[in-house]
Ligand binder design. Structure first.
Ligand code: 2BA
Length: 109
């Protein structure tokens, strides 16, 4: 068995959870925060058998979009570290970041 930790954007999560549950997958939703943007995102815990892994990854891929955003960082070429000394950067977030972990035991009591 595998545990997927799927970090997805909040805008995608309802569609993704619907698609997973319609296909009889069990899923748990956690509210999380990305370290770089410091904005809310969602982490889904999805326990699957190994032969279901590819289908679940396909469902995640087809429901999670890439989105462009802009943030600011401290200007790395400047000697000043004042917060006012920032530069904008364009970044692409998503579709999804997925960690696949081996499960030792799955117990439902
Ligand atoms: P955040 O950490 O808020 O990152 C949002 C986006 O900012 C990232 O999108 C990436 O495009 C960019 N980014 C992150 N760190 C960067 C850096 N040091 N320099 C330049 N750009 C950077 P994604 O890669 O799609 O990641 C989306 C979210 O997935 C992340 O939100 C974080 O919550 C999670 N994540 C991604 N990789 C991770 C990892 N290796 N470990 C733990 N969480 C991860």
């Amino acid at each position: 068995m595998k545990l997927l930790l799927a970090i997805v954007q909040d805008a995608d999560v309802n569609f993704l959870m619907d698609a997973l549950t319609e296909n009889s997958y069990r899923v748990t939703r956690l509210s999380t925060t990305g370290g770089f943007l410091k904005k809310g995102n969602t982490t889904l815990l999805i326990g699957v058998e190994e032969d279901q892994l590819r289908e679940v990854l396909n469902i995640i891929e087809s429901n999670c979009k890439k989105r462009n955003t802009t943030t600011t960082i401290i200007n790395p070429s400047s000697e000043s570290s004042l917060l006012t000394n920032t530069v904008p950067i364009d970044i692409t977030v998503g579709g999804a970041t997925v960690f696949v972990v081996d499960v030792d035991q799955y117990i439902r009591i």
